[in-house]
Design a protein around this ligand. Structure first.
Ligand code: PDD
Length: 285
């Protein structure tokens, strides 16, 4: 495996980062995951834009342009495709850099640590009910911080929520804020379908602005007549939904079949999912 670290492509076993790196000590950094299939990335530009936005909010400047990120990603694919195959995610992480004083304040004049690697992701999702990867989820109160729009490497809140679901036999958890409104999952955005209308929570500090969410909304606006609403969604609405979907870069649009051991809608993969995954597959690149 070849990885990228601070300007060089090196074997993973030779990539070394100091334990004094603030990414390690504080989780002081931003990350991104970009999917690719047969060498083609989905949403490369929007993913890099979100990363740049997160870095700017943290006053970290790795001094790399979209074109620089593109050539790093292309080389990671080229160097690792023989080993990984056609379905590859590229992970980027930028931390504030290394500083042995461990002061909370941003140190002056340190160089950001830039890391990238390629990893195998599940095969490209297809619009076929019998081939969909489906999910059972539980619900819980969102106990994360108030800056969930930042794709921070400080993922402990998400990890604990994921494990909360996992320990109950679920593969994701739907989170609700203190007012009882849906935010997102531990590593996914959430869509709900009722009576043919698609709804998803509006963007705010309470959830990550998912790129799959963004691409899906743009495709629906351009290529379908299905009504789409971005608004608050209560737990009662989620439990009464005809369909629930999880979206993320590696899952695309994934149907949820059970919430808290109760069937969603008919308990099968839905017709709206099928139509929407078809559109997504046709227009995502
Ligand atoms: N997860 N919400 C959270 C909290 C996430 O971590 C993710 C992505 C999403 C979906 O975003 P996108 O559509 O841009 O992938 C929503 C990534 C893949 C991860 O941490 O592995």
């Amino acid at each position: 495996t070849t990885v990228y670290l601070n300007g060089a492509f090196v074997p993973a076993s030779e990539a070394k980062i100091s334990p004094m790196d603030r990414g390690f000590l504080f989780g002081d950094g931003i990350y991104e995951v970009i999917p690719s299939y047969a060498g083609r990335f989905v949403g490369f530009g929007p993913h890099i834009e979100r990363m740049h936005s997160g870095l700017a909010q943290l006053s970290i400047d790795p001094k790399l342009s979209l074109a620089n990120w593109q050539s790093i990603a292309d080389k990671l694919l080229a160097d690792n495709r023989a080993e990984l195959g056609d379905n590859i995610g590229v992970y980027f992480q930028v931390s504030r850099g290394t500083d042995s004083k461990r002061g909370h304040a941003f140190p002056a004049n340190i160089t950001p640590t830039v890391f990238g690697f390629a990893f195998a992701i599940p095969p490209e999702p297809v619009a076929d009910k019998s081939k969909a990867t489906t999910y059972n989820v539980v619900t819980g109160q969102d106990l994360r911080w108030q800056r969930c729009h930042i794709k921070s490497t400080s993922l402990l809140g998400n990890v604990l929520h994921y494990q909360q679901g996992y320990s109950q036999g679920a593969q994701e958890i739907l989170l609700f804020d203190k007012d009882g409104n849906l935010t997102e999952g531990a590593a996914v955005n959430v869509f709900v379908v009722k009576d043919g209308v698609i709804t998803t929570p509006p963007l705010s500090h309470k959830l990550l602005p998912g790129i799959t969410r963004q691409i899906l909304l743009a495709i629906l606006a351009k290529h379908s007549n299905i009504k789409v609403e971005q608004r608050d969604i209560s737990e009662a609405e989620v439990l009464a939904a005809d369909e629930i979907w999880l979206t993320s870069s590696s899952k695309e649009i994934a149907p949820v079949l059970q919430v808290n051991d109760k069937a969603v809608g008919t308990g099968d993969v839905g017709d709206v999912w099928l139509a929407v995954q078809q559109l997504f597959s046709a227009h995502k690149f």
